[in-house]
Ligand binder design. Structure first.
Ligand SMILES: *Cc1c(COP(=O)(O)O)cnc(C)c1O
Length: 220
């Protein structure tokens, strides 16, 4: 079922849009099946959970962190992840930059945007992102590549469209400011129920769990 799902979703993605398998709670066997069907990016929410799977799967895919990163997990995260999609504070950027420098590594990062300014969610508010990026430019071991957003929870994905649109607008604005400097090119938006709408609004990386692997046991 997993490989059929991956094939079906891949076949409907427009050129230039990448599919990331959001793999929280999924076993190594399930992830391996997805990789066999053409998945090249694994998204994990928790460093510890990813570390266990990484031991077996290794570098067969790119690993992206899509959950909140605690400062005390940065060391382990730097060993596993190829991209941190959830950079959301200067304090985290400071620790991440330091740990990457120790390993002579430059880490691609996405800035997580709290596009509906929900108090319980992590991520920067839209209006904070440009100032934040200026500060992040001092961290030479971090390479900002774009934005990531979850958006508010809505049953009807059409209701997410305005939030995706705002993030895309900001993404383009930053891209124009950076011009040829930097490698600003990733817009990570959309999940199982919303990836089609997100792509229509400009996403080029979609994070899909349920539509690949089936329902999860617990609700996140
Ligand atoms: C779980 C998760 C997804 C995928 O959610 P589905 O609804 O299962 O597709 C995407 N992004 C993040 C940050 C997640 O935690």
């Amino acid at each position: 079922m997993i490989s059929e799902n991956v094939h079906r979703i891949l076949s409907e993605l427009p050129p230039g849009v990448k599919l990331e398998a959001a793999a929280k709670e999924r076993s190594v066997a399930e992830i391996e099946e997805a990789l066999g069907a053409g998945i090249e990016i694994i998204g994990e929410n928790y460093v510890q959970e990813a570390a266990g799977k990484f031991k077996t799967i290794g570098k067969k895919a790119a690993w992206h962190l899509i959950g909140h990163l605690q400062k005390n997990k940065v060391k382990a995260a730097v060993e596993i992840f190829d991209t941190i999609e959830t950079l959301d504070s200067l304090a985290l950027a400071t620790v991440l930059d330091r740990e990457c420098k120790k390993r002579n590594k430059v880490m691609p990062v996405l800035i997580e945007v709290n596009s509906a300014a929900e108090p319980q969610k992590s991520g920067l508010r839209l209006e904070e992102v440009e100032g934040f990026l200026e500060e992040v430019s001092a961290f030479t071991a971090l390479s900002p590549r774009g934005l990531m957003t979850l958006g508010p929870w809505r049953e009807n994905p059409e209701e997410l469209r305005p939030y995706f649109r705002k993030v895309k607008y900001l993404f383009d604005k930053v891209g124009r400011t950076l011009g040829q400097k930097g490698e600003w090119k990733v817009l990570s938006m959309g999940m199982s129920v919303s990836f089609r709408v997100a792509i229509e609004e400009g996403a080029n990386l979609v994070r899909v769990g349920t539509a690949i692997f089936g329902e999860r046991k617990s609700k996140y």
